[in-house]
Design a protein around this ligand. Structure first.
Ligand SMILES: Nc1ncnc2c1ncn2[C@@H]1O[C@H](COP(=O)(O)OP(=O)(O)OP(=O)(O)O)[C@@H](O)[C@H]1O
Length: 273
């Protein structure tokens, strides 16, 4: 008998209005089940990063409720949240002067006491796990003691993935993880991320700019525009017409707005694209 998948992330009526009046999120409802690779797609300024930051607690919504693994964020300590939710960043966010090993081990910090963290003392099991993940992401033993900043972009993102998986997270948030990488390396990195998440049955919410990658890797595509969800469905449903509507007159992040086409209807309400 098939079971209804557990909802791992649940956003209910999330609003975010920044101090300058910018409305970044407008009544966003989103439920992401356990184990899903959910891609957030949309033009620059659509609210993708703001949404991801709502899930990891870095952005306090103006209104609405965020739940992760059944816990409401306002009632959850940062430490509890960090054990469940890991983040992968566009610009890797590594300590570039520290070793690759130290960067990966830093993913275990929410589980380590301050005194031990200051001395750089990690459990042998944590060191073993760091080695396991470094191997898992395709880095070699000789990389362990190199400074992270000396690695290529693709290698740095591999370190970022290994770090993110150190605490067996239930949720991995990836904010444009391949934006600065070339197409083949982007595919390798997304394959790694998807496979590593599948091994743990972890939920991934990944913002992307590349539509082809969203279609290839997403179990589901959520299209955002002007702070609203305007498409939510399977990649097969996200056809070129819907793509056109999502990006109509929009900024692709390269400063080149797409031209409106006369036959392109106005955006409809969520799910109605
Ligand atoms: N700290 C802030 N203060 C004021 N406005 C902000 C702040 N952070 C984001 N915004 C605004 O909120 C809106 C959504 O931004 P967000 O970064 O979430 O978009 P995005 O879809 O991730 O864009 P991109 O693809 O370019 O990264 C934008 O209008 C942005 O300028």
């Amino acid at each position: 008998m098939s079971q209804t998948p557990t909802s791992m992330v649940k956003l209910s009526a999330i609003e975010k209005t920044w101090a300058d009046g910018t409305r970044a999120l407008n009544s966003v409802d989103l439920e992401v089940p356990q184990g899903q690779f959910c891609v957030i797609l949309g033009p620059s300024g659509a609210g993708k990063s703001t949404l991801l930051r709502a899930v990891n607690g870095l952005m306090k919504p103006t209104a609405g409720k965020v739940q992760v693994d059944g816990l409401e964020l306002t009632q959850t300590s940062e430490r509890e949240l960090r054990k469940r939710v890991a983040m992968i960043h566009q610009h890797f966010n590594l300590a570039t002067r520290a070793s690759v090993a130290a960067n990966v081990l830093s993913g275990a910090l929410p589980e380590v006491s301050l005194a031990r963290a200051l001395c750089g003392w990690f459990h042998p099991e944590q060191r073993e796990k760091a080695c396991h993940y470094l191997e898992r992401v395709g880095l070699k033993p000789e990389h362990l003691h190199r400074r992270a900043g000396e690695l290529s972009g693709g290698q740095q993102q591999r370190v970022g993935i290994a770090r993110a998986f150190m605490l067996d997270p239930k949720v991995v948030l990836a904010d444009e993880p391949v934006a600065s990488l070339d197409p083949q390396i982007s595919r390798d990195i997304l394959t790694l991320l998807k496979d590593a998440a599948r091994e743990l049955n972890a939920t991934v919410i990944c913002s992307l700019h590349q539509v082809d990658l969203a279609r290839e890797f997403g179990d589901r595509i959520v299209g955002m525009r002007s702070g609203e969800v305007v498409f939510d469905g399977a990649p097969e449903e996200f056809d070129d017409q819907r793509l056109g509507r999502l990006y109509q007159n929009a900024d692709w992040g390269d400063g080149e707005p797409t031209q409106a086409r006369e036959d392109t209807p106005q955006l409809e309400a969520a799910g109605g694209m």
